[in-house]
Design a protein. Structure first.
Length: 321
């Protein structure tokens, strides 16, 4: 049996690779948000077209979640991970070089498709590699997503200061291709391709047949819509509705993920000692009140405090759920 090392060794190398991959997938998708006003200005987008660009990435990503899980079970984790990384890298390169809005939208489809193939087999691989240290391994891997949000904010600040918005996507694509090469070189699984029956109907009936599961899915779906809206449009909202400078709006966006990285372990620990069915609604109530404050507040300080409190409530929910 492979030694369960978090750093070094076979398991540690693969954990590092899939975590870096997830961090930069998140960074590439999330950096679209603070750069959206500049992208919109170049292509003269309407608010509807702006929203469609962000929505396309996340909608295609959502549609691929279930198929990627089925495929990673039937094929190999490496097959899905390397394929997903290559597709999303091409999508980000399309973003960087898009001459028209339609090409940009095609890039958004590729980004969503590649990103949708990745997270389920990545988590499956972590689960395959770790048994005794699985909690620690998942903690490190999931935290990489919040690190990706911070990277996105940093990329946006640097790009807006010294280059065109297109430059933000080139390093992301380069890192993702390097991760794909690392997984290709390090993984012992190899590749396997065949047709797979997705069994969508049977799975849906099994999940939706239980009332408790239906309620949990509905609650998490509503939360997910809120999370996506906040991460997708917060920087644009702060710049246009609150007159924040690009740097301050982007820093506020990055605050979501800095706070998330800090509060998730705390919320998870509380969930072990306090009833989760009380803690989860309390976190959401805190987020809702804070977001209302962000919308209504007029001073920059009040809005910033509201964003911090909103992030604390919003990001506390997943580990409890």
């Amino acid at each position: 049996m492979t030694e369960e090392r978090l750093v070094g060794g076979y398991s540690g190398r693969l954990l590092l690779a899939v975590s870096v991959g997830w961090a930069f997938i998140q960074a590439g998708r999330l950096v679209v948000s603070p750069l959206l006003p500049e992208i919109s200005g170049q292509f003269r987008l309407s608010p509807t077209q702006e929203g469609l660009t962000v929505t396309t990435i996340w909608f295609v990503y959502a549609c691929l979640q279930y198929p990627s899980g089925r495929l990673s079970d039937a094929l190999t984790r490496t097959t899905l991970l390397v394929a997903g990384l290559c597709v999303i890298a091409v999508g980000f390169l399309a973003f960087a070089g898009a001459p028209t809005y339609l090409v940009l939208l095609a890039g958004a489809v590729l980004v969503g498709f590649g990103a949708g193939l990745y997270p389920t087999p990545a988590r499956g691989l972590v689960s395959d590699l770790y048994v005794e240290r699985r909690g620690q391994a998942f903690g490190l891997h999931t935290a990489s997503g919040d690190v990706g949000g911070v990277i996105a904010a940093g990329l946006a600040v640097v790009t807006l200061a010294v280059a065109s918005w297109r430059g933000a996507f080139l390093p992301v694509a380069a890192v993702l291709l390097c991760v794909a090469l690392a997984l290709h070189a390090w993984s012992r699984e190899g590749y396997h391709v065949e047709s797979v029956e997705l069994e969508v109907g049977a799975t849906a009936r099994r999940l939706l047949g239980d009332p408790g599961t239906r309620r949990l899915i509905l609650a998490y779906a509503l939360y997910a819509f809120t999370w996506q809206a906040a991460t997708g449009l917060l920087p644009t909202f702060l710049r246009r509705s609150k007159s924040f400078s690009p740097a301050i709006a982007t820093a506020s966006f990055g605050t979501l993920f800095v706070v998330g990285a800090a509060v998730k372990p705390v919320a998870g620990g509380l969930g072990d000692r306090v009833r989760r069915d009380r803690l989860a609604p309390a976190a959401l109530l805190l987020a809702a009140v804070a977001l209302t404050g962000v919308v209504l507040a007029s001073s920059e300080l009040a809005v910033t405090v509201g964003v911090v409190v909103f992030a604390a409530g919003l990001m506390s929910y997943p580990p409890v759920m």
